[in-house]
Design a protein. Sequence first.
Length: 768
Amino acid sequence: MKFKDLKKQIKQIQKENEFNEINLNYLTNQLIEITEELYNPSKISIQQNSQPFTNDISVINEIPIFNDISIILSKKPKFNKWKQNAITMAAGNGQGQKLSQFNCPDGIFIDKNKNIFITDSWNDRVVEWKHNAKEGQITVGGNGQGNRMDQLNKPTDMIVDQQNHSIIIADQENRRVIQWFNRNQQILIDNIDCYGLAMDKNGFVYVSDYKKDEVRRWKMGEYNNEGIVVAGGNGQGNQLNQLNSPTFIFVDEDQSIYVSEHINHRVMKWGKDAKEGTTVAGGNSQGKNLNQLFSPQGVIVDDLGQIYVADAMNDRIMRWFEGDTEGEIVVGENGQGKESNQLNGPRGLSFDDENNLYVADYWNHRIEKFEFITFIVQVKPQICGKTPQYGECSTNSACGYFHVIGANNNNTGICGFRWLACSHLVLCNPSDYSCSQSNTVCVQHPQCNDLPVCFPVTMTDQSICPPLKNENNLKWKQNAITVAGGNGQGQQLNQLNFPWGIFIDEKKNIFIADSTNHRIVEWKYNAKEGQVIAGGNGLGNQMDQLNHPSDVIVDEQNHSIIIADVGNRRVIRWMNQTQHILIDNIDCHNLAIDKYGFLYVSDHKKDEVRRWKMGEYNNEGIVVAGGNGQGNQLNQLSTPGFIFVDEEQSVYVSDRDNHRVMKWIKDARTGRIVAGGNGNGKNLNQLFSPQGVIVDDFGQIHVADFNNDRVMRWCEGKEEGEIIVDGNGEGEQSNQLNGPSGFSFDDEGNLFVADNRNHRIQKFEVIL
């Protein structure tokens, strides 16, 4: 099952009540792999018939989540595409100093309202261009070129601090970093040949010095020192510990620094406290091949580690994946020019919250917006009213219900993946609990300081959080597919002879106790015939022989199988063609293993079930059901067959001659009837010689009703069961069975039945 390993590991973390960052990072990577199908457009289908939940949930949000959730996929690398014809968002009216013009714009910043801040370099000013405005307004400088506090001299980059409404500027030709706050100015760092600026999540300011060929870091508010060198600083050069004319810089969540090197035609990544960097883009001298850059400028790294670079002299924007030898062109593959699909010396880059790409088109004296191409798909989430916070909602235990803020019912929950890092989630707008991101919904998340956060609806899709099945919605097609045998009774490899117990592994291979052929057969998924993996050397009691095996357990970890060799009165293990008797002198019929590795065996003559600790078989075991002689009292069994052990170590027993299924909880002295028990018959409150039994996570008991040629489902406490497959009587048609014995489910919920007297294995496909 896809989520098996993921579930086990997250369960362990939950049990220990630890937030293990390393493990969760690993699980996140696993989740990304698991969700590949969701993000692969060739595998996405638009859901048109999903059940709307407008009566259950009303969220103040712009996203249409009332007929499934429409989302914009933007997390998968190959999905990120942009229209190649840009829209001019600022200036574009020729080179000049009017408010509708620029003169070599360099650095840019987009705020949450899509206002654009531009270092209008050769106009010696910083301009704010309101969203959809026709002209800008000067926020810094604009008083002519100079070195007064109210002047700038060819500013190259800036940081906009939206919290305190201040701007930090790399005032290049004045060799200073200056802060403007409500028209007041303060020099932060002086005597520095600054070019690019960045600020990390902790408030540290980073400055590239294009003459000293280094990047330095200062703690916010503590600028009366030389700072700390965090990249370069070893003289000009092209070695891994050197830089050559660094320009724009970017700092990620881990405080790794990405540096565009103008003269070395590369982008370098320096990890925190590293002594040297690694080349992550370019580095193959100047050129226009996909493994080259030519005077790179602006650089941005997204959450997936993708590096976006303004390849200035190639008039294009490129994207590189760390470790790849080549990049790819994102926009601007039409050569130098001033058309809407061309650039001329791109410098600064920025993205808005809708993933639109903004480029400072330096020599065209304009800001271009390349619109993100949105791939709209339908996400099918699970919505439920009256749910507990983090309540169980999925077969993936890493998922839980989140209470939706603004829903009509305060207990309305949406089922989502719980273990996203809180640092990656944005707070909801406090005024109306809306989310500005188009692919999120506002939820209560106590693990994130009990604050309402915008949760990505991609993490609520049922491909990630498959819903728990229940008695009302789990059905199977009534016409089965024969997946093993079905070629008449016989001993050929494409035949079976009264199959009993079966086991389905993770790859949908079927292991079959082919009883009257005295062998265990493995039937590979979609194979035309099986292969003998135990026995098959005729009836006998030699170590390489079996005598009417009735059940098989497959231990996938150590590649061994445990067999109820009923005719030889022994339980035997086969591992790599080596045999070892585990339990002897026992009239074993069926087997089970619990989560702790204890082995359970039904004895159809002693009318009991015993348990052994794995590896300790030199004793009589412990009676866990029956053992009080043959009879129909609640402390007795009569010819027990198949058994099942649940998570609580309760034992379910098909009590064949009593025509009932009994449940014995751990350490109980008597059992209770959970199916049948009203004499043999074909009414819905009766069974007739029940065989295979499986209990699901809801406690629903599935029973192979052998002599009624059907499989039934019972809910504990109910007086009647229901027929789930073959209510069509004995026969050999695809909608009929003849003596169903063992059965199993695969990880998709498909039902496999050993159709004993038809000498075949039937697969009934689940209806989703």
